[in-house]
Design a protein around this ligand. Structure first.
Ligand SMILES: Cc1ncc(COP(=O)(O)O)c(C=O)c1O
Length: 399
């Protein structure tokens, strides 16, 4: 057995089998590339589910992390630290948010928003205690905690984990009139992904979010956009909401907020929602720690100062054009926005996973989602030449 075979066997023996990874054991990353333990190089077209938008091991984020790690890593929020205020200031300047609550994982940011809007519903909107409703969309993906999977429509994510958290109304994604009909006096919020990532990069019809925004405003419903995957440049804008020129009341970010170095997420709010949380009502030992803040500050800085968002817009169009030019009778659809892309295969093609295996053999890492879809989301630093190479490998695999 070589090293990677040994490591895989150990993982299989000792680890819970809650993932089914491609059998490639990675040991190093730089920019858009990662290397396995046998020295093979791959173009990473997943970016750790869009957490590594800035490219692997970005030298400036690395330097900030090392510097901060040698000075102060964790104080807890029992005391203050000299990084959090700067992160607040920089995030507020970048996004226009008025209140910010830092957490660690994406799911924690979602949970935090759910808690805050429920409380806001009772204390500000006047919804009777225990009656708050949150509208969510079918085929959503917001994370793995119990409350979140309670409103998942994916049987794999949900089945067997009950009893479930009540208070969610599930409607189809992309139909604003169904949304209008779902609002009632107890509706405190709508929680929606701007583009459904895990569902296979599903882009709603133009005008959908403009109408949702109008309906939320008219009915005093808090619009929460989960930009944990779509945010921070992935779709060619800082936030995907900008594609429709709207502003959410609450925006959730995570993943690329740390450039993949560290779990950092945040709830951004431009309404009174976060104001309802008082000392002792919410928190996290690691949330807002100085190491996380220093890493996030630099991750945001390189994202904006190094033109990554603009690159995602321009190169994303180029990549999608390249994918659309592939002649293949197993491709049903190619879609995407910025560098958030998907190739949906015909069901007769026998599933996307075998093609992800074949792409791995050619040096390109991508992830299948929902059986028939290959999702592509490279780091935002990808160049035209690298896209040309990727498209040619994909063409040889599915063409
Ligand atoms: C839209 C969205 N929300 C929430 C999450 C959960 O984030 P985490 O895995 O950091 O808990 C994800 C993760 O893929 C996501 O894509």
């Amino acid at each position: 057995m070589n090293t990677s075979e040994k490591l895989i066997a150990t993982e299989q023996r000792l680890g819970a089998h809650n993932y089914k990874p491609l059998d490639v054991v990675l040991t190093r990353g730089e920019g858009v590339y990662v290397w396995d333990t046998d020295g093979n190089r791959y173009l990473d077209c997943l970016s750790a589910y869009s957490a590594v938008n800035q490219g692997h091991c970005h030298p400036k984020i690395l330097a900030a992390m090392v510097e901060q790690a040698g000075r102060l890593t964790l104080t807890s929020r029992a005391f203050r630290n000299d990084q959090l205020a700067y992160l607040y200031e920089e995030l507020a300047a970048l996004t226009g948010s008025h209140k910010i609550l830092p957490m660690n994982s994406g799911a924690e940011a979602v949970e935090t928003a759910i808690k805050a809007v429920r409380k806001w519903g009772y204390e500000v909107k006047g919804v009777p205690e225990g009656k708050a409703e949150i509208i969510v969309c079918a085929d959503n993906f917001h994370g793995r905690t119990l409350s979140i999977i309670s409103f998942s429509t994916d049987p794999e994510a949900r089945t067997g984990f009950g009893p479930y958290t009540p208070g969610f109304r599930i409607i189809p994604f992309g139909d604003a009139e169904v949304f209008a009909a779902a609002i009632n006096a107890n509706t405190v919020a709508a929680l929606i992904e701007p583009i459904q990532g895990e569902a296979g990069v599903i882009i709603p019809p133009a005008g959908y979010f403009t109408r949702i925004r109008e309906l939320c405003t008219a009915n005093n419903v808090t619009l929460i956009l989960d930009e944990i995957q779509t945010g921070l440049g992935r779709t060619g804008k800082l936030l995907a909401e900008e594609h429709e020129g709207i502003e959410a009341d609450v925006t959730l970010i995570g993943k690329a907020l740390s450039g993949g170095f560290y779990p950092v997420s945040a709830v951004l709010s431009n309404s009174e929602v976060l104001g309802v949380l008082k000392p002792g009502q919410h928190g996290s030992t690691f949330g807002g720690n100085p190491l996380a803040c220093a890493v996030a500050r630099t991750a945001l800085k390189v994202l904006t100062e190094e033109g990554m968002i603009e690159n995602a817009a321009v190169i994303g169009d180029y990549f999608i054009e390249g994918l659309r030019s592939i002649r293949s009778n197993i491709v049903r659809d190619v879609r995407g926005r910025g560098l958030m892309m998907a190739i949906e295969l015909e069901p007769e093609a026998g599933g996307a996973r075998q093609y992800c295996h074949a792409l791995k053999e050619r040096g390109l890492l991508a992830k299948d989602t929902h059986d028939h879809t290959i999702r592509l989301a490279p780091p935002l630093v990808i160049t035209k030449e690298q896209v040309d190479w990727a498209v040619s490998q994909i063409e040889m695999t599915i063409g």
